[in-house]
Write a protein that binds this ligand. Structure first.
Ligand code: AQP
Length: 328
């Protein structure tokens, strides 16, 4: 039986955080045996916010290395850079013509990002979800691992695909969201009502963060004055630390509560820092090793793009035919 296909990507818009790791990469590594996984470094998405060219360039390569260092074996899946497959931009334009302004105006991420980047509310920021739909539909993906904040975009992707299919017969597979068994939503350590984000380094821990700084940041993480470790409504700081510890150690909230019964936040934070450091150290070592072998990294992303292009071009050919374009 053919494996189901999964597509996902991460923007090279800053240093990857433990949010990206615990919410995406750690879970992706578990999927590569069971599914036909296609993982992209979505650099076209990243320029919806202004990027420094040199940093962007370095980050793209760094992301490829971090994917592999997190256990995403390129022998078992496809890893590529989005801008290396022109079909993403091409399908995105086409789908723009099948997406309504009203649909895009409802996207909460657009509202959020345009308020954070009020000096650069560009059209790309507005049509970001259309590019995301193109990313997914190009590969006829069955499943898309989505975090909470991307659910609305996936819904839009399904609506646009269904609309296109209604007009022209079946063209796109309608993707489903994939909810990871151990998916964590990691919140900002200083402001735990907000998601941990690459663009807010103060409350984040980077995947490549200096080890001493990991411990320091966990020690300083916001908690409350109650003094006991229990997952409870409204305790954003403690709930976040429980979910980070749980995602790293694969323990349930119940197990964690039992482990720290009668103990204070000091012991809890020490255990979290130790577990995180033990998890991050080998990843960082592997990353350094990979970054010393740029030829290997290049071979990964070029062969990844070759495979991605093959699948994507087939979808573009089909779409052109349905629309009525003359064959190339
Ligand atoms: N805090 C998080 N907790 C769990 N999962 C997270 N992801 C991101 N942050 C968390 C997951 O990582 C994947 C890639 O996300 P992305 O980089 O493409 O976009 P994003 O979600 O917008 O990430 P950032 O860090 O917030 O980027 P910026 O700061 O550039 O806007 C997704 O699977 C996401 O769910």
């Amino acid at each position: 039986m053919e494996k189901k296909r999964i597509f996902s990507g991460i923007q090279p818009s800053g240093a990857l955080t433990i949010g990206n790791y615990l919410g995406a990469l750690k879970n992706w590594a578990q999927l590569i045996d069971e599914y036909d996984c296609i993982f992209s470094v979505v650099d076209l998405h990243a320029i919806t916010v202004r990027q420094d060219p040199k940093e962007l360039n370095e980050r793209c390569l760094g992301l490829i290395a971090q994917y592999i260092a997190c256990g995403i074996d390129p022998e078992k899946c496809t890893i590529f850079i989005q801008s290396h497959v022109p079909a993403h931009a091409e399908l995105s334009w086409i789908l723009n013509c099948y997406t309504y302004m009203g649909e895009l105006e409802r996207m909460t991420q657009f509202k959020d990002k345009s308020s954070r980047h009020a000096d650069n509310i560009n059209a790309g920021l507005f049509t970001y979800p259309v590019l995301m739909a193109a990313d997914i539909l190009l590969y006829q993906a069955d499943l898309v691992p989505v975090g909470h904040d991307q659910k609305q975009h996936l819904e839009l992707c399904r609506d646009v695909a269904e609309r296109f299919n209604r007009i022209y017969d079946d063209t796109f597979k309608i993707p489903e969201g994939y909810i990871a068994k151990m998916g964590a939503r990691v919140m900002d350590l200083q402001n735990p009502e907000k998601k941990m984000s690459k663009s807010e380094p103060a409350g984040s821990i980077a995947l490549l963060e200096d080890i001493a700084s990991v411990t320091k940041k966990i020690k300083r993480a916001q908690t409350d004055s109650l003094g006991y470790v229990k997952f409870e409504e409204g305790r954003h700081g403690i709930n976040n630390l429980i979910s980070i510890y749980g995602a790293v150690t694969r323990k349930t909230a119940d197990e964690i509560e039992n482990e720290f019964q009668g103990k204070g936040y000091g012991d809890f934070k020490k255990a979290i820092a130790e577990a995180l450091v033990a998890e991050l150290e080998p990843i960082q070592a592997k990353y350094q090793e990979l970054m010393n072998n740029k030829d290997y990294l290049k071979s990964v992303y070029t062969s990844g793009a070759d495979r991605a292009r093959e699948i994507a071009d087939e979808t573009i050919r089909k779409v052109h035919q349905k629309i009525g374009y003359i064959e190339r």
